[in-house]
Design a protein around this ligand. Structure first.
Ligand code: GLC
Length: 547
């Protein structure tokens, strides 16, 4: 089965919709979303007007980390269906004119992967151990871990095997890190890529792309900002992240994928700055990279202008498009994030005991931020449910939390469940149309029905309709392929032209007057005065005059 004849550079301006299969739609009533559920809602994605779907992992997995712990890369977890469902999904998506991007998780496997089972079973020094990073400990009897590294989920990055050796896991102990110096590891992933390419996928998003290669000798490392501060700037030069030799891996992968025209590699690499990220993209490596810096930028005009400028400059220097993203399965949804003051630190989960966001403000700013993002040149990434204006579940009781981050951090971090709540498709029970049964793996909060797709689809003022229309205009005016030229409307305003469209996002306290008096094309809220942009709103205007 092969992908349909592709517009060769479709990915440069694509709108990519992330599906977290567990929470998208449940076809069989077990309370967990699945691949047939995704198939049954493909028409929604096609109607919405996105170009591609990007599936979080659906491979065989003990599900310690929502499927990011893979035990068989060639098969589908029974929770989500089987390999025929995956093939059907790829085919059905193509029939709907949608590309399919799948996640690839090369940094680690599950501890239930046959390779790790063999490594753990065999004795120190055996070849099976070479595929992972397994070392003797320090101290008189090897009782101390080989170095002082910490796991990104909290706690030490090493776990001891019964025979006394230690294995490295930058994430959970159930996610042992592979040894990317080993030729068999490299050969195996080349096979996995080819297998899914032959099954028709249009691309891969590479999870933890900055992690595969570790510094020689695995030296100790003391971060300036605390042991688990994965996102801190100084960490990108840490011995476990962003090592130059990782790029050899991606050069090999690019050579493979170039033999399948129209397919794409996307880097999910958390590095310190846009210039480090640019190393992952370009003619001999990946086609584009997730822009985590933009994702973390607060609703603050100077910060937004800075990150947009830096992103465009560094990616265009290597001939790649920039990308933009506001939400995903790891962060608090932007409709909730923006309901806190911009200077508030980014929380990892919000609970009933925490200060609650200003919901109306959050949604208003989220809509404005979305219209800003969708007007930027490059590719835009949406996370399922943001087109409904879904907020985070901020009142999930602790006993219902599922994310391993919650348990592993001893409750210090509430984890990522709040952005992974099953979608409401219908404004009535059971489960808001998520599935045939009343219970879902995470409960939907009260009031979820108001966000349901069937309540929004025919409402011209709904968030869904705002996305729907924006995606049509974006395509019509080819904004994804355009060029940004800044306009000066004052320090608290992000304003630019992109081809025939003027975009004005007002983050200040007073309304901003539009030039020329041309009628707006689109706006993030209903305008009472078509000649001015109110606070926390974005307006797109057809540019008629010269400015
Ligand atoms: C990536 C994924 C995250 C996962 C982690 C470990 O950061 O986005 O969900 O927990 O990798 O695989």
């Amino acid at each position: 089965m092969s992908a349909p004849e592709a517009e060769p550079m479709w990915w440069r301006s694509a709108v990519v919709y992330q599906v977290y299969p567990r929470s998208f739609a449940d076809s069989d009533g077990d309370g967990i979303g699945d691949l047939p559920g995704v198939i049954s809602h493909l028409s929604h994605l096609a109607d919405l007007g996105v170009d591609a779907l990007w599936l979080s992992p659906f491979y065989s997995s003990p599900q310690a980390d929502g499927g990011y712990d893979i035990s068989d890369h060639y098969d589908v977890d029974p929770l989500f269906g089987d390999i025929v469902d995956a093939e059907d999904l790829i085919e059905a998506a193509h029939r709907h004119g949608l590309k399919v991007i799948v996640c690839m998780v090369p940094n680690h496997t599950s501890d239930r992967h046959p390779w790790f089972l063999a490594a753990a079973h065999e004795s120190p020094g055996s070849p099976a151990r070479e595929r992972y990073i397994i070392r003797d400990g320090r101290g008189a009897t090897g009782e101390l871990p080989p170095n002082n590294w910490h796991s990104a989920f909290g706690g030490p990055a090493w776990t001891r095997l019964p025979d006394g050796q230690w294995y490295l896991h930058l994430f959970d102990p159930r996610q042992p890190d592979l040894n990317w110096e080993h030729p068999e590891v490299r050969a195996e992933f080349a096979d996995i890529l080819r297998y899914w390419l032959d099954n028709g996928v249009d691309g891969f998003c590479i999870d933890t792309a900055h992690g595969l290669v570790k510094a020689d000798g695995l030296p100790d490392w003391r971060p300036r900002h605390g042991p688990t501060a994965q996102r801190e700037a100084d960490e990108s030069r840490a011995p476990m992240w962003d090592q130059d030799a990782v790029h050899d891996v991606y050069r090999t992968w690019r050579a493979i994928i170039d033999t399948y025209p129209g397919r794409v590699l996307i880097a999910g690499a958390r590095v310190s700055a846009p210039d480090r990220l640019a190393h992952y993209v370009g003619r001999d490596q990946m086609h584009q990279a997730i822009n985590f810096e933009y994702l973390q930028t607060p609703w603050h005009a100077p910060a937004l202008r800075r990150v947009i400028d830096a992103s465009l400059a560094t990616t265009s220097a290597v001939g790649a498009p920039s990308t933009w993203m506001l939400s995903n399965h790891d962060v608090v949804r932007h409709a909730t994030r923006f309901g806190y003051p911009p200077e508030a630190p980014l929380p990892s989960g919000i609970g009933p005991a925490d200060p609650q966001p200003d919901r109306d403000l959050g949604l208003r700013r989220a809509r404005a931020a979305t219209l800003l993002m969708l007007a930027l040149p490059g590719a835009a990434y949406l996370y399922q449910g943001e087109e409904l204006g879904l907020p985070e579940h901020t009142e999930l009781p602790d006993d219902l939390r599922q994310d391993l981050v919650w348990r592993r951090s001893g409750g210090a971090s509430l984890g990522r469940d709040g952005c992974r709540v099953p979608l409401p498709w219908k404004g009535h029970p059971p489960c808001g149309g998520f599935g045939p049964e009343t219970a879902s793996w995470l409960p939907q909060p009260d009031g979820w029905a108001d966000y349901a797709l069937d309540r929004q689809r025919d409402d011209p003022s709904s968030t869904y309709t705002m996305y729907w229309y924006a995606l049509r205009l974006r395509r019509f005016f080819r904004l994804g392929l355009g060029t940004l030229r800044w306009m000066d409307f004052g320090p608290d305003v992000v304003a630019f032209t992109n081809g025939d469209v003027l975009v004005v996002s007002n983050l200040g306290d007073t309304a901003v007057l539009l030039p020329g008096g041309e009628p707006p094309l689109h706006s993030s809220i209903e305008l009472t005065d078509p000649a001015s942009v109110p606070t926390d709103a974005t307006v797109w205007v057809l540019r008629v005059g010269e400015y």
